[in-house]
Design a protein around this ligand. Structure first.
Ligand code: NDP
Length: 317
């Protein structure tokens, strides 16, 4: 159903940054509408223990942290809707958002649509998603119980997934395409010291075997130093190779960088052809490729909310 009134603010995304923006704008009595997006709860909802969010000395489960934030936002009047943006017109205020057949008018917009897991892009990988290929260890780890599996990547995500998956899998082979790891020293050392984790470096996945059987049977690998190919007999492949920003709806509408992240100035202000777009702010991983932490996403969500409040003062709020 389309809204007939013009809203003060709409927030795209329900991860850490979007929900923090929702808490702040709701407490400012702006009755924010949160469109939860394709991946409600964002990346925290598919992670396990978060040990570095201040205030949780023993750590907190990512989904629990998100659930708490949702409750906090709705307690102050935020409206959460399971929907995602299908079109947008930011040429003049109030701005127009399309959500399927619905049309929403809003004076301000907070874009907190985050980033999504990356895939290798192999046809065999795509054919086997949900049949032994996964980008979410937390979601699908259980299905790897008692199996030998592979984790792809060399960053903190890959290390975290590999360590987590040892709870289920009998053996985890971590495959990194170079000799160099992006992971932090502590995570890399933890994974390397784990007796169930084996490392293969300088190695790429050329094909996921098992397309006909609709079940992963192994990986065809290539050693990048020697060119030698080999077969690794695993029954599951988990991707941990980073994320891509969810900003395609804003291509040509807002300034994006070469990798598709929304460019911001003064922390959270968006631009079009280098000029600030009034009332449109971006926060969290959609505009941050450097820090990408829950706490920094929350921080920028707060900044966007405060800028919304300031911007709306001109309308007598
Ligand atoms: P990163 O960008 O840090 O690492 C991505 C990894 O995947 C790199 O090793 C990269 O290799 C590899 N990769 C990328 N594309 C491909 C490809 N097509 N084929 C094979 N390998 C590929 O992403 P992460 O998700 O690991 O981390 C993102 C951020 O989140 C970091 O800041 C990290 O610290 C943080 N994080 C923190 C955690 C924690 O503290 N508990 C847990 C998870 C993430 P190459 O180096 O060759 O490009």
């Amino acid at each position: 159903m389309s809204d007939t009134t013009t809203r003060d603010t709409v927030i795209l995304g329900s991860g850490c940054s979007g929900l923090t923006a929702a808490i702040y704008t709701a407490r400012a009595n702006l009755k924010p509408l949160v469109l939860e997006g394709h991946e409600p709860g964002g990346q925290l909802s598919i992670t396990t223990l978060v040990e570095n969010f201040p205030g949780w000395p023993e750590g907190v489960q990512g989904p629990q942290l998100i659930e708490n934030m949702k409750q906090q936002a709705t307690r102050f009047g935020a409206e959460l809707r399971m929907a995602h943006l299908t079109g947008v017109d930011l040429t003049k205020a109030p701005y127009v958002l399309h959500v399927g057949k619905d049309v929403i008018h809003t004076r301000t917009l907070i874009i907190a649509s985050g980033a999504s897991a990356r895939w290798l892009g192999l046809p065999s990988e795509q054919a086997l998603i949900g049949h032994g290929v996964s980008s979410c260890a937390t979601c699908d780890g259980f299905f790897a119980s008692g199996k030998e599996i592979a984790v792809i990547g060399g960053g903190d995500s890959a290390m975290e997934e590999a360590i987590f998956l040892t709870r289920f899998a009998t053996k985890v082979t971590l495959i990194n395409r170079t000799e160099r790891f992006r992971a932090s020293k502590i995570m890399l050392e933890r994974a390397m010291a784990h007796p169930q984790i084996e490392f293969l470096t300088n190695t790429t996945v050329e094909e996921v075997l098992g397309v006909e059987e609709k079940d992963v049977k192994g990986l065809r690998l290539k050693n990048q130093a020697t060119g030698a190919e080999s077969i690794l007999p695993v029954s599951f492949m988990f991707l941990g190779i980073g994320h891509s920003p969810n900003a395609t709806a804003f291509r040509g509408i807002l300034d994006l960088d070469d990798d598709g992240y929304i460019k911001t100035t003064n922390n959270v202000f968006t631009t079009h052809n280098g000029q600030i777009l009034p009332g449109v702010f971006a926060c969290g991983d959609i505009q941050d490729r450097r820090y990408r932490q829950a706490i920094t996403a929350a921080g920028s969500g707060c900044m966007a909310a405060l800028e919304v409040e300031k911007y709306l003062e001109q309308f007598g709020h």
